[in-house]
Design a protein around this ligand. Sequence first.
Ligand code: ZN
Length: 213
Amino acid sequence: MSDRATPAGQQVPSQVLRQVCDSVIDNLGERSLRMLFAQSGLQHYYNGGALPPDDDTPSMTVTELSHLFATAFRIFGERGMRPILLRAGRTSLKHFRESNKTLAALAGAAFKVLPTDAKIKLVLSRSAKIAEELLHAPHRTYDTDAGFFVEISACPYCAGSQAEQPICFFPLGFYGEAIRWATGATYPVEEVECIAQGGKHCLIRIGRQPEAV
Ligand SMILES: [Zn+2]
């Protein structure tokens, strides 16, 4: 791609693409995955042969990934894509909590004794940092009485899509899993503002209380 020098032209690690591929195959089958790559014009990444490697080698650009997501929303619909992207987000976080030093460090004894709020803030800011470096899109984390927030500017998950409802499901899975890992509890995670819906940013909110079991 000619835009490789621009932020959106940066390449994402192959494993992110691989999580998406595995999820599409499990939910919709291998033929659907082939169709997705063909319709995106990105079949050089997958044409029915070997899947993208499950490692950190540089793969498609952020622009290409956005285009793949936009095509997937168009052909499989938001309801079809929701479980696929939620799962890919969860699995990606699991990958990074083992392979990324910033996150792996949180598994230590000092982290375990922190109050829950501090754990949530720390794990959110560190996983947002990983996402920011991965996707080359600005991420900001903050908290208010209403919850903990991740604000994504120039969001690559929904770029090129328009929707009635928020559609950035990948980060819901990603941050939801980060919080679950850090606290051992499941917290409500929702997207309260989405650029695809006309929002200024994509805004992920994590509730202050865990979901009742
Ligand atoms: Zn978005």
